[in-house]
Design a protein around this ligand. Structure first.
Ligand code: ATP
Ligand code: MG
Length: 334
């Protein structure tokens, strides 16, 4: 018996789809080790993240994916093995149905990097691995036709953003921009220290971004957050305005917009008409910021669509592809 799965090892989240069950796991890409025993996993995902800086035990929390790429393959393997155990608790040495996976990968990995990714999955207990570009899977997840013409997929993740012209079952052209949610969180922390003299945590910065920020210039929302006064070193509450967050985040989204315009400019003339009809589709967690569609539409002369549940688009695409042999054959033939 074989079980088809699809997964993404994202900088912020690991997401796993199981055929017939849909998305079964989405947890922070994090693993907590006992400090003096390098390979002893104490926790993974949500639980590992919670342990950061908060536990009496000596715990070392590791984030094995940085800027979109696996930077610590050993930790990634141990983390993934735990996630697989969580999903398939009855899988043992004696009863181990074959796992076939489609892994969502950044565009342009070298042969060695692909081997590293494959090794991680195999060592974590996955028997057969196929790798497909995240942007291509994003298009499949968003139900876009990839057999002909061209469409632009922009993926805004936690570690980086990728923009690609996709068509003829492949990535025709693309670029990667080192802008992602983590960088935005750090920028929010710096802005609030600079303006209010209060140091907030990374978790607080993420929450501000995800719950209060928008790309509407006159947004009047506010949010109270706790941090440490950098002068008195006492816990202090500060009211942060949506305009503070706009000022911080808008330049990053402008860079993504510049990247999209660059890919449009480079579009081969033969694909221009189809691209102009289909336009630009935005996926990845960073696409969830309110006002993004309006901001992009102001500068981009093509239809712009923010895909619904954008953080799941590429894994959902992998989930569709994993049981569609004909489509997989077409992609592999490119
Ligand atoms: N409403 C929101 N506004 C802006 N960013 C958001 C919002 N909701 C989630 N995010 C951000 O989306 C990011 C996670 O997105 P996603 O799951 O696509 O990334 P990832 O796959 O882990 O990263 P990558 O693909 O870069 O390796 C996080 O940085 C998160 O804070
Ligand atoms: Mg991603």
């Amino acid at each position: 018996m074989a079980i088809n799965i699809a997964l993404e090892l994202g900088t912020s989240y690991t997401t796993i789809f199981v055929d017939n069950y849909n998305i079964v796991l989405r947890e922070p890409t994090a693993v907590a080790f006992l400090d003096n025993e390098e390979n002893t996993v104490r926790a993974v995902g949500e639980e590992a993240l919670k342990m950061q800086g908060k536990t009496g035990e000596k715990i070392n929390v590791v984030f094995p994916v940085s800027d979109g790429y696996v930077s610590d393959p050993e930790s990634a393997t141990l983390m993934l093995a735990e996630f697989i155990k969580k999903i398939f608790p009855t899988r043992t040495k004696f009863f181990a149905p074959t796992l076939k996976a489609i892994l969502s990968i950044p565009t342009g990995l070298s042969v060695e990097e692909r081997k590293t990714y494959e090794d991680i999955l195999v060592k974590a207990g996955i028997n057969k691995v196929e790798m497909v570009d995240k942007v291509l899977l994003g298009a499949i997840g968003a139900d876009l036709p990839i057999s002909d013409g061209g469409v632009i997929i922009a993926s805004i993740g936690g570690g980086c953003s990728e923009i690609a012209l996709v068509g003829m079952y492949s990535v025709i052209s693309g670029c990667s921009i080192n802008v992602g949610g983590n960088m935005m969180d750090r920028a929010i922390i710096d802005y609030i220290v600079g303006k209010y003299g209060i140091k907030i945590s990374k978790a607080t910065a993420s929450r501000l971004k995800e719950e209060t920020a928008s790309l509407y210039v006159n947004d009047i929302a506010t949010c109270e957050v706790k941090g440490l006064n950098t002068d008195t070193l006492t816990p202090t509450t500060v009211k942060v305005c949506a305009t503070d967050l706009y000022e911080t985040l808008q330049p990053y989204y402008e860079r993504i917009c510049d990247g999209i315009l660059g890919i449009i400019n480079d579009c081969p003339p033969a694909l221009a008409e189809s691209l102009h009809n289909k336009g630009v589709f935005v996926v990845g967690g960073g696409a969830k910021i309110p006002g993004l569609k309006e901001m992009l539409a102001e500068r981009i002369p093509l239809p712009v669509t923010i895909v619904s549940e954008p953080e799941y688009a590429s894994v959902s695409g992998g989930g569709k592809l994993v049981s569609d042999k004909d489509l997989m054959d077409e992609i592999n033939a490119q």
